[in-house]
Design a protein around this ligand. Structure first.
Ligand code: AMP
Ligand code: MG
Length: 352
């Protein structure tokens, strides 16, 4: 592992005021690093990514090394246009084009057969590649300025919650990468939806920022991969089998709402445990937990998505012994939220 002095450069002005001053220079420096086979953390609308040249074996090796990511978990390749995506695929079926037209730029990754011109390490030896065009001015400019497709997983140490702020990337990767572009907090806060497209059939491999309901408005045949429904099936999206999003403190799911949460906290207290609770605004001060962190109003699932990883990172070993969170309805963004909570908790349920 090479040691780096990690430099964080603000590109916030470009994101919020559409002013280039400073941001353009920072992006040009980042692009130069990318062209030299280095890796750079950058903001996208979903979460912060750790990007490198998807055609360079050396860059991909650096991404896996900095994250400590298992080598059989492929990376998503980020492009700046639909034409850009077509450079790396064998074919572009009509269903894929329809999805791109409807959701790009945006939080949808489309898995298609690749034409063998990307680094083999990006796709972990699979015949397919996951492609996405991010909806973020910094990400798009970085791809354009480097002139390379950017392989980019989330910019966290493997197994940890994804970073939704530059400070989260610093927490995990300081000293392991040369540069972080800081564009402020991510707008969606959850990773992209990953779909595979074969013969007009769209299969959701990972729920995310684009909901099932939205996909069904564009494509006729949309199904959820069986491995998402039953945990005993072998995962089709290789990343799905690994621990993900895990907070420092063990997380338990509570089936129910405030009353159930209060009961679970009471039980934990009887056992002498200090509890942390991830709550909605409406429950502030009512749970009896030692530490509460709110993720927004119960009526606003978009806010919950945006705040979830920040909340998971806030609870520290030594301050609380166990972390509790209630289940959310699985409609709209709730599907992705519950998918992440299932993984972050490893499926553990609180005793009521
Ligand atoms: P992350 O990089 O952490 O956002 O994770 C990317 C997700 O996309 C992982 O779950 C990968 O397994 C999945 N993925 C990427 N490429 C492919 C592919 N070619 N086939 C199936 N899943 C993929
Ligand atoms: Mg990730």
């Amino acid at each position: 592992m090479e040691a780096h002095k990690t430099v964080t450069r603000s590109v916030d002005n470009l994101v919020h005021n559409n002013v280039d001053t400073g941001a353009d220079r920072a992006i040009a420096e980042a692009a130069e690093l990318i062209r030299n086979g280095e890796v750079v953390a950058f903001p996208t609308e979903t979460v912060y990514g750790l990007g490198g040249d998807a055609t360079s074996d050396e860059a991909i090796r650096r991404i896996f090394e900095a994250k400590g990511r298992p080598a059989d978990n492929p990376l998503i390749v980020h492009v700046a246009s639909i034409e850009d995506a077509a450079r790396w695929t064998l074919t572009l079926p009509k269903t894929a084009k329809d999805l791109m037209a409807a959701f790009w730029p945006g939080p949808l990754t489309i898995v298609l057969p690749h034409n063998g011109t990307l680094s083999g390490a990006v796709t972990a030896g699979l015949p397919t590649v996951g492609l996405r065009m991010p909806d973020h001015p910094v990400a798009l400019r970085l791809i354009e300025a480097s002139g390379r497709p950017l392989a980019a997983p989330s910019g966290n140490r493997s197994g940890r919650p994804s970073p939704t702020e530059a400070a989260h990337v610093e927490e995990d990767l300081n000293g392991r990468i040369p540069m972080i572009l800081d564009g402020g907090p991510a707008g969606v806060g959850l990773e992209s939806t990953v779909v595979e497209v074969t013969d007009g059939q769209v299969t959701v491999l990972r729920p995310g920022g684009v909901t099932l309901e939205a996909l069904r408005e564009v494509a006729e045949h949309v199904a959820i991969d069986p491995s998402l429904l039953k945990s005993d099936e072998a995962p089709r999206s290789p990343g799905m089998k690994y621990t993900h999003y895990a907070p420092d403190v063990p997380l338990y799911l509570v089936e129910g709402e405030l009353a159930a949460l209060k009961q679970a906290i009471r039980k934990a207290k009887e056992d002498g445990l200090l509890t942390g609770a991830i709550i909605v605004n409406e429950w502030a001060g009512l749970t009896g937990a030692h530490q509460e962190v709110s993720v927004g109003s119960e009526t606003d699932l978009a806010a919950v998505g945006r705040e979830l990883y920040r909340a998971l990172r806030q609870f520290k070993t030594g301050e609380v012994d166990m972390l509790l969170v209630c289940t959310f309805p699985e409609t709209e963004l709730g599907g992705a939220i519950m998918n992440r909570l299932e993984k972050a908790s490893g499926g553990k349920k609180a005793r009521l």
